[in-house]
Design a protein around this ligand. Structure first.
Ligand code: HEM
Length: 125
């Protein structure tokens, strides 16, 4: 499956389930919990979901609201070392288990998350 076909395969509903399952786990995570805005977790959930919908072939509401993603810059103020990267990917693994998306779409998304998490690492260790 190509990246731009993922939205067609799982729809907004698929992204909604995956990203809700991820954010449900964020507050209890000892590394990620303190990094995310406790007062605006629904907003953070919406930003990640909207970005992914745009990135994987769906409507571009995210771009209209947030402009160019510039993920590297937008993560600069968070200390993303190897531990933070692993915590993020672990919560996303659990979210995949819960969301039960079609295997082909899951594979494309997992690859993207692995690559992007490695790219966003911005602190040694
Ligand atoms: C590697 C570990 C990562 C950490 C610790 C991390 C942490 C964060 C935090 C704390 C925020 C702010 C939440 C908010 O208010 O929006 C954020 C935003 C965001 N993250 Fe990550 N992130 C990580 C990986 C990723 C990955 C792999 C992606 C790609 C799918 C991603 C995409 C985003 C997006 C799209 C936003 C919102 C950007 C905006 O419009 O402001 N992040 N991240």
């Amino acid at each position: 499956m190509e990246e731009h076909e993922v939205y067609q395969a799982i729809g907004s509903e698929g992204f909604e389930r995956l990203i809700a399952a991820f954010y449900r786990r964020v507050p209890a995570d000892e590394v990620l919990g303190p990094m995310y805005p406790a007062s605006d977790l629904p907003g953070a959930e919406k930003r990640l979901r909207g970005f992914l919908i745009y990135r994987f072939g769906g409507p571009e509401d995210y771009i209209a609201e947030r402009g160019h993603p510039r993920l590297g810059m937008r993560h600069g103020r968070f200390a993303i070392d190897d531990s933070a990267r692993q915590h993020w990917l672990r919560l996303m693994n659990e979210a995949f288990e819960e969301a039960q998306l079609p295997a082909e779409a899951e594979q494309v998304l997992r690859q993207f998350f692995e690559n992007t998490a490695a790219f966003l690492r911005n602190r040694p260790g």
